[in-house]
Design a protein around this ligand. Sequence first.
Ligand code: ATP
Length: 317
Amino acid sequence: MSSSRSDQSALVGAENAPLVEVKGLSVELPTGDSESVQAVRDVDLVIRNGERVGLVGESGSGKSVTGRAIAGLLPTSPRVRVEGSIRISGSEMVGAPPKAWDQVRRKTVGMIFQDPLTYLNPTMRVGRQVAESVISSSPGHSRKHDRSDEVVRYLRLAGLDNPEQVAAAFPHELSGGMRQRVLIAIAIAKAPALILADEPTTALDATVQQRVLRTIDETVTDLGTSLLLISHDLAVVAEMADRVYVMYGGRIVEDGPTEHVLHDPKHPYTRALLRSVRSLTDEDTTLYSIPPALRREFALADRIPSAGADLEDGHAS
Ligand SMILES: Nc1ncnc2c1ncn2[C@@H]1O[C@H](COP(=O)(O)OP(=O)(O)OP(=O)(O)O)[C@@H](O)[C@H]1O
């Protein structure tokens, strides 16, 4: 099932080679003693080296389960059924042993989630947690060197102005925005090929949200990392992603370059999403996050006929 090391390095090195290639992915999760939900249905998705990809859709559409499948973080129950293929740097990961997934999470995929407190160790100082991330991705996990300079550098890169103080703090001593930046530092400290950010700013208030998004944007650019940004917020994805996948009911219903999808949405659900962003901007609640060039596209959505009717058509087909 898995390819050889030389296959892998050839793929990683190749310009525009797929870093992540998902084909026909379906995920069924148990929800009770004898019940289950088909959370992801026949999903195809590609992330190339250096590319920024957005995955957008309403709550429950299957975005997080797709992201977790790509990070090897699905629940471990034998009743979880995964079908299809997930190739990372050329290696098939569906059915791969836990050790292979550990390797992927240590070196290839850095993750940023919505709720940093769940992912930070409450009893360990922040600096040590960043250092552990550096060490886990270094050859032979070498603990010989003092990592404090690197820790400070990553905390600074993640937009923390007082990295020495933050390094000495415990997670509970920091604000929500600072903790989210610590997660960013931990993610980038392993110099991953891909940053997988699942609703990274949903729990933050609007102004902090903008600053954290800008930091993710800048670090991805500076490090030349690929990005998979998962969000229910089309405006956030529009701002950050080159290409977007729209998910609805566990399926990808539309994908393409972000501008194309926004300018000429093919699927009724994408049109409905666009319209909801436009109506939010009418209330001025998310205007701050929409780049001026895209406001024109949202205005276009005005001329599209009723979302409800469109969506029913979409379901029926
Ligand atoms: N651990 C789990 N066990 C059982 N069902 C789950 C689990 N995680 C997600 N689901 C179900 O899978 C479906 C897809 O959920 P998913 O979390 O991927 O949606 P989402 O698009 O990311 O939305 P949200 O942003 O609200 O999480 C939903 O029906 C959800 O209830």
